[in-house]
Design a protein around this ligand. Sequence first.
Ligand code: PEP
Length: 250
Amino acid sequence: MRTPIIAGNWKMYKTVAEGRELVAGLLAGLGQVADREVVVCPPYTALYAIGEQVAGTPITLGAQEVFSESQGAFTGAVAPQMLRDVGCTYVIVGHSERRQIFGDTDATVNRKLRAALDFSLRPIMCVGESKPQRDSGQAEAIVTGQVRAGLVDVTATQLLNVVLAYEPIWAIGTGDTATAADAQAMHAAIRATLAELYGDAVAQTVRIQYGGSVKPDNVDELMSQTDIDGALVGGASLKADSFLRIIHFQ
Ligand code: PEP
């Protein structure tokens, strides 16, 4: 039985005060969420404050990015144990915006993922194809290739702490969601790849989130799919009412 995981990626939005207000709204409306995990991923500047606010609540803290080294002369970078230090449990790696804008490759994503695991952070590794790749029939090969490359030298025991997020690039921030059937097909292909790499029993335990314009009006159908175990939510996680509705999917 995989516990669904709903994570909000705030991207480059929210000051400390705005983040606190959002989390206060979430905590006010959250109620009982024992059967699902809820994560918020604020920008670095708000992590400490939000970490203090969510301590002892059902909300868990995540970061949006991490560097692969543990310390050193890496101006502007943040190390895994620094994220642990401010209360993070999760960290997103390989988001398509990091791959497209900041030059992350499968190899750097793999290094970041392994560094996160080495310091007891749980990575949420994003994979996803572009529109031209989907239109030319390469989506599954691209996505499963990203899964294999991202998990190089990751053991089965470590994999239990990894969450995968299938995020078709063309669906992120566009309002253009994958159909539930297309998303399910890709999630099944990802799980089959995990089964090839680690065996079926391990593959069945790994949570695979869907991300890409998840909204209150499409979350229930997406979450009803066999291999969709959660959502990674951008825009709709920035307002308490929409994120609460997503958290409370049926
Ligand atoms: C994301 O940032 O990972 C994302 C899925 O964004 P949105 O929900 O806005 O499409």
